[in-house]
Write a new protein. Structure first.
Ligand code: SAM
Length: 270
């Protein structure tokens, strides 16, 4: 069978990874058989996965709306993923056509596909990098070319840090990136938590992800809250993703938000 246009022969197709498993679970088609098998294994132990991912995308969209409304017009999106409906630049530029977005992802397919859709967009760019390479990201010409660090900006680290299991690395990268932001900037973050899920199910999911290129770690509520230390949390604080400023009473899982396990919040740097 010939290669699809969105990939290249250099990408190993037999090792699943988070970007392509997420794409598959959201109904996308930039994934391989191994990604689909792994995603289905996760769904077998955690059937609410597709709903949780949709709730995560809902949080991301509502956070962007809130941030643009607060006057933010530049975004650094770490672990941005394979483009899907309602990308950050689309949501932000719908409200402010001059909004600027720099996407960062470790996955070459996410980056390649982002490059394709951003070709005609001078206000958005993508960098392939591991989030742990903070200096590389901050000093990259695309970052300095699009983002002005003398003015407030928003850093999005949405559904990513559970793929950085080492605590020192996860908290370390957030600290370095936050330190680079000027006062009045924001951090929007979501993270799979140990709430709303049994330890047994969490263990099974972590074991499946341990066999992929992107191991996974659930963190407790206090551990998720710690990413916001020193920031002023916007209302309603760190909450289950559906509860973060829902659009209305019919929002997904508003009545059973714990089914997502994901906690989310937005903090402002004083
Ligand atoms: N942020 C998007 C969202 O919320 O819709 C995508 C989230 S997706 C679940 C996680 C993304 O994080 C994947 O695209 C994956 O490639 C990326 N990722 C995982 N580990 C990473 C790392 N160490 N550095 C950069 N990106 C990473």
């Amino acid at each position: 069978m010939s290669e699809p246009s969105w990939t290249s022969g250099e990408i190993p197709q037999d090792r699943p990874n988070a970007a392509r498993m997420y794409d598959y679970s959201l109904g996308g088609f930039h994934n391989f058989a191994a990604d689909r098998r792994a995603a289905e294994q996760v769904v077998a132990v955690f059937p609410d996965l597709p709903l949780a991912l949709q709730a995560n995308r809902g949080f991301l969209r509502r956070a962007i709306t809130t941030l643009v409304t607060q006057g933010i017009d530049q975004f650094l999106d770490i672990g941005s993923g394979i483009p899907t409906v309602g990308n950050v630049h689309e949501a932000a530029q719908k409200l402010n056509p001059t909004a600027r977005v720099v996407y960062v992802d470790i996955d070459p397919i996410a980056v390649h596909h982002s490059e394709l859709i951003l070709r005609a967009n001078p206000n958005a760019a993508v960098i392939q990098a591991d989030a742990r390479r903070t200096e590389y990201i901050l000093n990259h010409p695309k970052t300095s070319g699009l983002l002005d660090f003398s003015r407030p900006l928003a850093m999005l680290i949405v559904a990513v840090l559970h793929f950085v299991p080492d605590d020192a690395e996860a908290y370390g990268l957030v600290r370095v990136l936050r330190d680079a932001l000027p006062s009045g900037s924001y951090l929007a973050l979501s993270h799979a938590s140990t709430e709303g899920i049994t330890r047994e199910t969490a263990d099974k999911m972590e074991q499946i992800y341990a066999r992929t290129a992107t191991p996974f770690k659930f963190r407790t509520r206090p551990q998720v809250e710690s990413f916001f230390d020193g920031l002023d949390l916007l209302d309603p604080g760190v909450v289950y993703m559906p509860l973060w400023r829902p659009d209305g009473p019919d929002d997904l899982l508003l009545d059973e938000p714990e089914r997502t396990t994901g906690l989310a919040g937005v903090g402002r740097k004083p």
